[in-house]
Design a protein around this ligand. Structure first.
Ligand code: C5P
Length: 218
């Protein structure tokens, strides 16, 4: 559409799953493809926004006119996001950030000597929670991928992370979500009844999410 509902709005979007080093050749990863974040970046740019995309997926084509910053780990993503945060009107944290990272990544390749190998993990910073705690003008949008008790966890995250919108999806369903071109989500907002966005391709889902975001930005 030619509608410019996000004209001149500055929006930061994260996409993909973070990668946490075990040693120089191995990573802890997750099933996020980055497609939802890229669909949001493309749609926001088309609606007139100035989009900065913080991405872990260099293989996906960058939508025209979108500025991209590539990162790998949660700590790198945190640095990039915090640097851009003061200048933006909204943040959409679509990335799947690893909750834990390897405490001491090995400087050289781990060899297969012992029968068992234990990795010690430490908690990563919760980037979105940090953004929520220092929120000023920004509208904050989070994602939640759940396999059970979706509504309960979604409401909890909305409040605990001080969000304006939480997009929740049920990742136990094979036909939507991770890696898929389609999604079906529920939008949670403070003091409002949840809104079901019925199954559609990620471009269409992005339009609906951005429509809600635009109403909060004007
Ligand atoms: O708590 P949970 O990981 O389910 O929250 C998901 C939301 O929080 C997503 O928007 C994700 O990008 C963000 N998040 C984050 N930093 C973390 C974990 C999640 O920003 N360490």
């Amino acid at each position: 559409t030619s509608e410019q509902k996000l004209k001149n709005k500055r929006i930061l979007i994260t996409a993909g799953g973070t990668q946490e080093a075990i040693d120089p050749v191995r990573l802890i990863v997750n099933r996020s493809s980055g497609k939802m974040g890229y669909a949001l970046a493309k749609a926001a740019q088309q609606q007139g926004a100035q989009v900065t995309l913080v991405s872990t997926v260099p293989a996906l084509p960058v939508p025209t006119g979108v500025e991209v910053i590539y990162v790998q780990s949660a700590q790198e993503m945190r640095q990039a996001v915090l640097k851009t945060y003061p200048q933006v009107d909204a943040v959409i944290m679509a990335a799947a950030v690893a909750d834990y990272r390897v405490k001491n990544p090995a400087p050289t390749k781990i060899k297969k000597h012992s029968e068992t190998l234990t990795l010690e993990l430490v908690k990563n910073p919760d980037i979105l929670k940090e953004l929520g705690a220092q929120k000023e003008q920004q509208v904050l949008v989070g994602f939640a991928a759940e396999t059970h008790d979706l509504q309960h966890y979604a409401q909890q995250k909305l409040i605990q992370k001080n969000l304006d919108l939480l997009v929740a999806n049920d990742v136990s369903r094979k036909d939507i979500g991770f890696g898929s071109n389609d999604n079906e989500v529920i939008l949670f907002q403070p003091e409002q009844a949840p809104i079901l966005v019925a199954k559609a391709d990620k471009a269409a889902i992005a339009q609906q999410i951005l429509a809600v975001l635009a109403s909060k930005l004007s």
